[in-house]
Each structure stands twice: as C-alpha cells, then as structure tokens.
Design a protein around this ligand. Structure first.
Ligand code: BG6
Length: 529
C-alpha cells in the first residue's frame, strides 16, 4: 500500500527527449514520490479493462504527478492500428466516463495537460498474443526505450495468460538479469478451481519468481477496503472486541442491481460463486479476520492473510445456497439473457456460511452473499456483536435489546456506521436503537478514483502488499473446491429468485439455523423510536 516506498532512484529519471515533462507546477500529494520510471506494456490494449480502468487510472496518477517523466506505455493488441487512432479512442472514452456521474471515474472536465502527458507516452503495437513475432518486435522496442523496468499487464482473457507468459519468458523479456525489474500483472480469474490455479502458478514459476508476480483483485484497490486495516489497527477501541468472545457473526455482502450485462457467454462458464466468492469476498473476509501483522511490509501482511485462508474450513453443500434470477421487476430472467442456455443451471446468486478454524474466530460464522439483479447495489461488511450478558432492564418495559452492529460501507456509499442502544428521552425507561454514521464525503474531498491507481502505482514501486500471493490464492480455492465441483456436477440445487428482490428465500435458512437473519440490502437507518 505504498507505505514502504523505495527511495526514488534519481539516476534513472532521465527525461525522454521527445515527450514533455509534467505540466503541472504543483507537487505530488504529500509524502508520495512519483513511481520509478518504467515501461508499461498492456496486452489487451483494445479491451474494455484498458479503456474503462487502466487508462483512467493512469490519467489520475498523471494528474497527481505520481508517474515518472521517463514512463512509456505500449499497448499490444491484435489488429493493425495507428497509435493516434488508439489514443483518440481512449480519449473519447475518458471524456465520456469523466462526464458520467454514475461512472467511478467521473472526473468532470478533463485536464488537457495531464491527458497530453499520458497520450504522448502511448504507443500501439499490433500483434497476435500467440505469435512469436510479436515478442521479437516487443523486445526490439523495449531494448530501445525501456528505462527503469518493465511491467507487463495482462488485460486479456484467462486463456491467454499461459501463452503470453511463456512467450515473454522464451523471448528473454522476463529476465531481470539486466538490472531492470520485470513484473507481471495478472487479472482475475486466477484459475477456475484449485487444480487449475495450481497449474497456473506452476506455469508462471517456470518463467518468473513470485516476487515478480502481481495477482490483482480489484477489490483491494478500493480505498474503503484498504481502510479496513486502518479502522482495525489505527483505533484502540475495535481490536479488543474483534474476537469470538464479543463478535456474534459477520455478514459480507456484494449485491448488484445489474444483470450479466452482455457477458452471458463468460458468465455461463463462471457463475456468481466463482466470479465473486473465492476472490473478492474472501479478500474482504481476510481484511476483517487477519491477525495484526508486525508491519505493513508486503510479506508480513500477506503472511497474515494467507494464514486466514489456510484456516478456512472447507465448505460443504450445507454451507452454500445458489440461486438464479427469474423474470421480475428487476429485469428479464437470466435464461433469457443473450448467450445463456434456456436450461442454464448457472447461479447468479451465491450465499455461503464460512468458518475460520483458529483461536480468534472459532465458532463465529461469516455469512457471505453476492448476486446480480438484486434489490440494491451494496458492498458492505457488518460485524454483529454479541448481546450484553445480562438484561438489566428486565423490570422495565424493555424486553430485548437490538445488538450492536458495526457496518463498513464499501460501495456505492463509502463510510461506516454503528448501531447501538440509548435510553429514549422521557420518564419511562425505554431503550431505542440509534445509528451513528460516518461518510467519507463529509470529511474528505471526493476523488475521481477508479480503484486501479493504487494498484498500478504500487506495482511500479514494487510493493506487493495489495496483491495476492500464490499460497493465499490456492488456499482460497482449496476451501471452496469441494462444493464447486459438486455444483459443476449439478449436485447442488439452484433456486429461483425474482429479479429485483433480495435473492432466494432458501438463503435465509443458512442463518436461521444459527438464529440469525440477513440484513436487508441497503438497510435504512433505524426508525425513530
Ligand atoms: C468483477 C466481476 O470481478 O467484479 C463482476 O467479474 C462484478 O461480475 C464486479 O460485477 C463487481 O465489482 P465492483 O467493483 O463493481 O463492485
């Protein structure tokens, strides 16, 4: 998380003669240095990820002067194209997102000088990902231009991961023998189950060391996710109760209103569980459950997270509920979406009851749920505390108390709230639940942030804290592998739910058997007593 930035190597910051240096007089945000110079090679330059997330993030980093003037960006994609046409296309997209309030980027009016700074460092290279010639040409281009190091960003479908890495390796492009760093950024999905994740890790290790691999989970790029550690470890009041003695249960939700948005073909092979649970939701669980690391050093943090994933009790069919949306106020049935089979059994909703077998969390259920076409978009973590040990108010009208709940709101609202009980004003002893709430927007200026800024910046710095390590990824798959294969073998039921609702009723049973209930999605503040 860029807390341990290496010193900036001034000897490597020679400016390119043909591109302008930073246009802004202002300095970088306090305490942050520009990343060291490097060449960023994006495989999949014509794809959605590049347009929607990588280039907007690079633009934001340029606005903040966090990129070195010696940086170059090479976009590789199949299909002949002029660099200018690629740039124009990216610029148009950037302008569109900037003006769109609903987009995470929503930067408003673009800063032309920052865009020009980025644009003048872009160059397009046509090449098939599986053609050795592409890598020969890339080697020539890098030989001439690379300063500082090279980051290869695989913004491509998973089927290209191995062929690209193999060809990069064979072309000598992953060797750090020349004193320059070579890093590999890999997007999700990292494998489709435990066996394929292990194979992919093995394959990567043939060509690169673990220290060169940056496995991205974009949830870790979200400020509100990173701040979970700040909440836990920068405040004295939470950590003492952050354990089985005081915590009853934890709910982690990532619900979406949107459907599969034209990704039917891909989604048919993935499903909600694989798409979200062993990666995004487990990452949130890891942040909540990990032991305090000794430092924010990447290995110290990743060791603690890996310990949690290794302590996950393998899920059984009784621990999961799958659902699929049917026609409803939220939209047409999943089976009527383009590229989806009429008899599809792919789940668009998944809920799981997860247990962590360790000293701190034994017996505390973590309930996870995610789904598309639900009633509200809400990514949040709710930590429910145990009831007070003794109901002092028993000779009063108070018969029960609402539990304390700490909720960390990750998306779309950003903040935290705490539900607790107070005495309501008046002569009679009555207790009412109230909510105290903190919103980032009320305290800090809103930032146009697509969530990839920190990840790109950290990768250029060589800080792997927010990236997944091989053992963590494999441990996460190991915890879900059994149910995943049963689901794929059609041995798990997939329950229908109406599009635009809270998901299948069967998911309630997961909590009901522990005496609990899901929080309503996008829950409103407690009513005035
Ligand atoms: C992606 C999934 O990884 O995360 C999508 O493939 C999902 O299906 C998305 O919609 C959710 O991310 P966010 O940041 O919009 O909550």
């Amino acid at each position: 998380m860029s807390t341990n930035q290496p010193p900036h190597d001034a000897s490597r910051t020679t400016q390119s003669a043909k591109v302008p240096s930073h246009p802004h007089g202002a300095a970088s945000p306090a305490g942050r240095h520009p990343a060291p110079p490097c060449t960023l090679v994006i495989f999949g330059a014509g794809g959605d990820l590049t347009k929607r997330l990588l280039v907007p993030a690079l633009y934001n980093l340029a606005v903040d002067r966090l990129l070195d003037d010696g940086m170059q960006i090479i976009g590789v994609n199949h299909g002949e194209r002029e660099t200018k046409a690629w740039c124009d296309d990216l610029h148009d997209a950037l302008q569109k997102f900037a003006a769109d309030k609903a987009s995470t980027f929503h930067a408003g009016k673009l800063d032309d000088s920052a865009w020009n700074w980025v644009a003048q460092r872009l160059s397009y290279m046509a090449g098939e990902f599986e053609d050795d010639g592409t890598y020969r040409r890339l080697a020539q281009q890098l030989g001439g231009e690379a300063r500082g190091g090279v980051v290869f960003y695989l913004a491509v479908g998973a089927r290209f991961f191995e062929p690209i890495v193999e060809r990069l390796g064979k072309a000598g492009l992953l060797s750090e023998g020349d004193g320059m760093f070579r890093r590999l950024v890999i997007e999700k999905p990292f494998g489709a189950d435990l066996a394929s994740a292990r194979d992919l890790n093995r394959h990567l290790r043939t060509f690169v060391k673990e220290s060169q691999i940056y496995r991205i989970d974009h949830f870790l790029g979200k400020d509100t996710v990173q701040s979970i550690l700040a909440l836990r470890f920068a405040n004295a009041m939470f950590e003492p109760v952050w354990r089985r003695e005081y915590i009853d249960s934890v709910q982690i939700t990532a619900s979406e209103v949107i459907g599969v948005e034209g990704r039917g073909k891909l989604y048919e092979q993935t499903g909600a569980f694989r798409d979200m649970v062993p990666n995004h939701l487990f990452q949130l669980l890891g942040m909540v459950a990990m032991e305090p690391p000794n430092s924010f050093d990447a290995e110290a943090v990743r060791d603690k997270k890996a310990e949690i994933f290794a302590a996950l009790k393998p899920l059984t069919p009784d621990d999961v509920v799958f659902g699929q949306y049917a026609n409803g106020p939220g939209g047409v049935a999943y089976r009527d979406e383009p590229d989806v089979a009429k008899d599809s059994r792919t789940e668009t909703y998944a809920a799981a009851r997860v247990q962590i077998d360790n000293w701190r969390w034994a017996g505390v259920p973590f309930y996870l749920r995610t789904g598309k076409r639900l009633t509200a978009r809400s990514t949040e973590i709710s930590v429910q505390l145990k009831s007070v040990p003794f109901l002092l108010f028993r000779d009063t009208p108070v018969v029960s108390l609402t539990p304390n709940i700490l909720t960390l709101r990750i998306d779309p609202s950003h903040g935290m709230s705490f539900d607790f009980n107070v005495k309501t004003p008046g002569a009679v002893v009555q207790i009412g639940a109230v909510r105290s709430s903190f919103d980032y927007d009320d305290f800090f200026a809103e930032q146009a942030n697509v969530g990839y800024e920190t990840l790109l910046y950290d990768c250029m710095l060589g800080d792997q804290t927010l990236f997944q390590r091989a053992d963590g990824v494999e441990a996460a798959w190991a915890a879900v592998d059994g149910v995943l294969h049963r689901a794929l073998g059609a041995a798990l039921p997939v329950h229908e739910y109406t599009a635009g609702t809270e998901g299948p009723a069967q998911a309630d049973a997961l909590l009901a058997r522990d005496g609990g209930a899901w929080r309503a999605l996008a829950q409103a503040a407690p009513k005035k007593p």
